[in-house]
Design a protein. Structure first.
Length: 73
């Protein structure tokens, strides 16, 4: 396991500590959750772009239209 040092303003540090306390988790666990979310989003976007590069544009646009409709309901 690696150790990472980051620099934050005192205000951000206090706000993140308060958020972690509100969630009843450690600050370390909070950052772990943030990294999992960011990496999941990155992996999803990467997979989407790879599939889109070799996919049918019209079919992709139809699927996105269906998604827009589903999300607006």
């Amino acid at each position: 396991m690696a150790t990472l040092t980051i620099r934050l303003s005192d205000d951000k540090h206090q706000r993140l500590k308060a958020l972690a306390q509100h969630r009843h988790i450690s600050l370390n666990k909070l950052f772990e959750e943030f990294t999992i979310q960011a990496l999941t989003e990155f992996d999803s976007e990467s997979r989407f772009r790879a599939l889109a590069a070799k996919g049918d544009i019209e079919q992709g646009l139809r699927l996105l239209d269906k998604l827009d409709i589903a999300l607006s309901n």
